[in-house]
Design a binder for this molecule. Structure first.
Ligand SMILES: *Cc1c(COP(=O)(O)O)cnc(C)c1O
Length: 400
């Protein structure tokens, strides 16, 4: 079967809720993926930063296989022997004191929103059913109905109403807007320290610190959505570390499993997550032993292979080299660590055609919004691999 046959089959039976590049992958290892016709590509998307540890990391795959042969799912009706160690290890690594495991990122966000609302009523003393949560324009936090209720992207909402009330959307990076939006009913401020799907948008220096201080002053929970920016992507374990803050709640997902299994988690304190009593919240698969074993190994790989440090170093190098490219299409090159966005000028007529040209040269990227190419390879990438990619990226950016 050729690429076109796989695509035809997929298009025939599948729902067309994605517009993927036409590459059919059947094998992957480290930073490389292979298609059904045997072509090799450098993966510069890393499954939206879920495979920070590299594809099919041997240690993570081994942990997955070994656990799969022991016990995969107990449900939380019973306990399992992996979850306590996951709790301890994730807390020790991240500096949080309490954790709640879920599966997808969106579920992690929903969990954080529920925790914040309940904290608002039970601890802050907000009047019943009037809690507000502030979010930012251009956010991405998943696709559930409550989460899209605070999206600013029309397409994400079109046709899916009615929406969940209780959210305010303000400008990202604007402290005065946050100050103005906070009321006595504000339970939380939910923010991505670096907006990923929004186009790798880094807020102005000092913004997160000022926002955090403002939240503290007003008894508002600061919730960091680090599902994409976290676990080393930004060159720090968490992107919020650049501003020396400690969010009340941090949500992680994606690379928590090295891309081997859906695992997410909400990190916080006993005071905040303690608002959940038995029966208040749950998930059949959340915290299952297979997920816990995979996440434990994924975190160990991140630390032991010094991937956070490599992300910082390689990110500096990669961005520096990209900035040397003299292309008329370039508007801005931004990011932190290996979280890199190349914004093209509107005259470049969209990032998609550049992503397609990169694919033809063996590099896989995906446009985000119209005009941004995101480069976010696995954090194991070497200088040699970046040097292999650079002339190809330059050639593509020099196209008419
Ligand atoms: C991907 C992402 C999510 C949603 O995660 P899913 O696993 O797709 O539900 C939430 N927040 C951010 C910042 C993300 O990048």
């Amino acid at each position: 079967m050729l690429t076109k046959d796989f695509i035809e089959l997929e298009e025939k039976y599948g729902t067309h809720n994605y517009h993927p590049l036409d590459v059919v992958i059947n094998k992957a290892e480290g930073v490389w993926v292979y298609d059904v016709e045997g072509n090799k590509y450098l993966d510069c998307l890393a499954a939206y930063s879920a495979v920070n540890q590299g594809h099919c990391h041997p240690r993570i795959v081994k942990a997955l296989k070994e656990q799969a042969e022991k016990v995969t799912l107990t449900s939380r009706a019973f306990r399992n022997d992996q979850l306590p160690f996951f709790y301890k290890e994730v807390c020790e690594l991240t500096g949080y004191s309490c954790v709640l495991p879920m599966n997808s990122g969106a579920e992690g966000v929903e969990t954080a929103l529920k925790a914040a609302r309940k904290w608002g009523y039970k601890i802050k003393g907000i009047d019943e059913n009037s809690a507000e949560i502030i979010t930012c324009i251009n956010n991405f936090a998943g696709r559930t109905i409550s989460i899209i209720s605070f999206s600013s992207v029309d397409q994400y909402k079109e046709g899916f109403g009615p929406f969940t009330p209780g959210f305010k959307i303000i400008e990202f990076g604007n402290i005065a807007a946050l100050e103005k939006a906070i009321t006595k009913n504000t339970a939380a401020f939910l923010v991505e320290p670096i907006q990923g799907e929004g186009g790798v948008i880094v807020p102005p220096d000092g913004y997160l610190k000022k926002a955090f201080d403002l939240c503290k002053k007003n008894n508002v929970l600061f919730i960091a959505d680090e599902i994409q920016s976290g676990l080393g992507r930004s060159g720090r374990l968490f992107a919020f570390e650049y501003e020396n803050i400690r969010p009340d709640i941090t949500i992680i997902g994606k690379a928590l499993s090295g891309g081997c299994y859906p695992v997410s988690a909400v990190l916080s304190s006993k005071e905040i997550l303690g608002v959940f009593k038995p029966g208040d919240h749950g998930s059949t698969f959340g915290g299952n032993p297979l997920a816990a074993a995979v996440a434990r190994e994924s975190l160990k790989v991140l630390v032991e292979e010094k991937l956070v440090e490599n992300s910082y170093k390689m990110g500096e190098y990669f961005r520096g080299k990209l900035r040397e490219i003299k292309s008329k299409h370039l508007k801005e090159i931004r990011g932190k660590g290996l979280f890199i966005g190349i914004e093209l000028k509107p005259e470049a007529k969209g990032a998609r055609r550049f992503c397609e040209a990169l694919m033809d040269r063996g590099i896989l990227c995906k446009e985000t919004h119209e005009d941004v190419i995101r480069f976010a390879p696995p954090l194991i990438i070497t200088k040699g691999e970046i040097d292999w990619a650079l002339p190809k990226i330059e050639e593509v950016l020099m196209m008419e």
